[in-house]
Design a protein around this ligand. Structure first.
Ligand code: PLP
Length: 428
């Protein structure tokens, strides 16, 4: 379990969870590229399997490199504990597996990453988990979708792709009034930009593939718990707060308290669903996190300038960037992302779908690909790629209509970024 740190964010990003290797003195966190660990004796092995002792059994459950990453992200978010898994989607699956039983449901923002909409709305149905989508711009529409089988509200702090900023404090009020936790996907803002636990959120998920890792070289995900939610109060979270048949009746909440979700996610979720993070990916993501604050400062400053350039461009219809004066989410941005709007945003081309396709084919410095949050500047036309599985209405609800182009602004020289867009827009 993580203690609140007195260190500044930059110091935490470099140090939390890591110390020199006691045997070799290695200062960088070693990659423990091992699948399993030798037991001291049978009694120690039994106590590890009974969850009576902390220690390593098998890398599907724990790994020392992955553990450093977990402690670092938990500390950056100001949470009690974290669980690192194979991808952002795996984080969402393992977390919902802890919260929901078959036949239960959760309510989610309709303006989420398109892959999450598909995962929640279609694939989770096969587990018997149902998701109702509501407009995050209208928090008051959420209570009507909540019933006695609802186990969580899920939002993105700053959404992919549209940069929709959600009123976290208001969603906390609604969730807690119904005895359920608020889950915030903090991928696009990163813990540098937004701190959901400071506003009362209960759980944070990350696609560590994006800004945390930051270099476009590894896929990973993290679940962080605040440690403050009372899982026993409502009697409606049996996986966490009732005897677990797979562990001789162990009650995770009674045993692990402030890190009950992390413990269940690891001991049952990772054990039985299996999406463990590789130690090598954990190492790459950890290394990326060391420069998270520096990169985010540059990403954010560059994005502000690109948004201002586009807002003045003749071929651009609109720019959805909360950092522009008078922007729809300006007030929420100043409150929840005070250091600047997330460096991932969309804009609309007057030429519609065809112009979007032409633009992504005309850039040189920008990479046309389906990722965000890398050092490199990235461009995507969601309607023809990531959001193409959605219906036209779902695309528009997710801020990914036919005219929409998504930019993830990198840390290159700002003049080069703008010059590349300028030459591409000049081609039509
Ligand atoms: N959440 C957000 C906001 C994302 O952008 C993504 C991926 O793009 C995910 C979750 C899923 O993460 P991953 O691709 O690591 O599974």
């Amino acid at each position: 379990m993580t203690q609140k740190s007195d260190y500044g964010f930059e110091t935490i990003a470099v140090h939390a969870g890591a110390s020199p290797d006691p045997v070799t003195g290695a200062r960088a966190t070693p990659i423990y590229q091992t699948s399993s660990y030798v037991f001291e004796d049978v009694d120690q092995a039994a106590s590890l399997f009974n969850l009576q002792t902390f220690g390593n059994i098998y890398t599907r459950l724990t790994n020392p490199t992955v553990s450093v990453l977990e402690e670092r992200v938990a500390t950056l978010e100001g949470g009690a504990a974290a669980l690192a898994v194979a991808s952002g989607h795996a984080a969402q699956m393992v977390l919902m597996f802890a919260l929901l039983e078959p036949g239960e449901n959760f309510v989610a923002s309709s303006k989420l990453y398109g892959g999450s909409i598909t995962q929640f709305g279609t694939t989770f149905q096969k587990m018997g988990w149902h998701c109702t989508f509501c407009d995050p711009d209208d928090p008051d529409s959420f209570p009507a979708a909540i019933d006695e089988k609802t186990k969580a509200i899920f939002i993105e702090s700053s959404s992919n792709p549209g940069g929709v900023i959600t009123d976290i404090e208001r969603f906390v009020e609604i969730a807690h009034a119904h005895g359920i936790p608020l889950i915030v996907d903090n991928t696009c803002a990163s813990p540098w930009g937004c701190r959901p636990f400071d506003w009362g959120a209960d759980l944070v998920v990350h696609s560590a593939t994006k800004y945390l890792g930051g270099h476009g070289n590894s896929v990973g995900g993290v679940i962080v718990e605040s440690g403050d939610f009372d899982w026993a109060a409502s009697g409606r979270f049996p996986s966490i707060a009732a005897p677990c048949p797979a562990y001789h009746g162990l009650n995770f909440y009674e045993t692990f308290g402030r890190f009950a979700v992390t413990a269940y996610g690891r001991a049952v979720g990772l054990r039985d669903l299996g999406p463990a993070l590789s130690p090598f990916n954990a190492f790459l993501i950890l290394t990326g996190i060391e420069t998270l604050p520096l990169r985010m400062e540059r990403h954010t400053a560059n994005a502000q300038q690109v948004a201002e350039y586009l807002a003045d461009h003749d071929q651009v219809d609109w720019v959805s960037f909360a950092g522009l004066p008078g922007a729809k989410y300006e007030t929420l941005q100043k409150k929840y992302l005070p250091k600047g709007a997330a460096p991932l945003f969309t804009f609309g081309l007057k030429g519609g779908y065809d112009a979007g396709v032409k633009l992504v084919e005309s850039v040189n410095l920008f990479s046309h690909l389906a990722n965000i949050g890398e050092t490199r500047s990235l461009i995507l036309h969601p309607a023809s790629t990531t959001h193409r599985q959605l219906t036209g209405d779902q695309q528009i609800a997710a801020g990914a209509g036919p005219d929409v182009v998504r930019l993830s602004i990198g840390i290159e020289t700002i003049d080069d970024i703008i010059a590349d867009l300028d030459q591409a827009l000049a081609q039509f």
